[in-house]
Design a protein around this ligand. Structure first.
Ligand SMILES: [Zn+2]
Length: 130
């Protein structure tokens, strides 16, 4: 992973809106168009209405016109490793191939690299819908 993806995730974490959990998270995607799309978690006083950093980055990627996640970095300053939550794994899988790399970072850089297939080996999918 090039350093710019990590830096984008760390910068995005600084934009987190997390007044309730005080648990900022940043995510950065390198997409199939070669661009980096970043996002942070955005909470809400009605707690279930908040969302994670990964879907913010996915939304930016889609609105930027890209279609696929090539690689993604995730960072949370309060955890040595912040693997995406279950729901985010499914959201990432929607736009990834099984070998898409996920970089789990701390403040200094990448600490562990996994594929989406390792994180979510049995993602929901169906041939019926396509
Ligand atoms: Zn999540």
């Amino acid at each position: 992973m090039s350093h710019d993806l990590f830096e984008a995730a760390r910068t995005a974490m600084g934009f987190a809106y997390a007044p309730y959990s005080k648990f900022p998270v940043g995510a950065a995607i390198r997409a199939d168009d070669g661009k980096v799309y970043a996002g942070a978690n955005i909470e809400n006083i009605s707690f279930p209405q908040g969302w994670c950093a990964e879907p913010t980055a996915i939304g930016a990627m889609i609105m930027g016109g890209a279609k696929k996640i090539v690689e993604i970095a995730v960072i949370a300053e309060k955890l040595p490793l912040c693997p995406p939550c279950g729901g985010c794994r499914q959201k990432i899988a929607e736009f990834a191939s099984p070998s898409t790399r996920i970089y789990l970072c701390d403040e200094t850089g990448v600490k562990e690299t996994m594929t989406i297939n390792e994180l979510l080996p049995h993602s929901f999918k169906t041939e019926v819908i396509g």
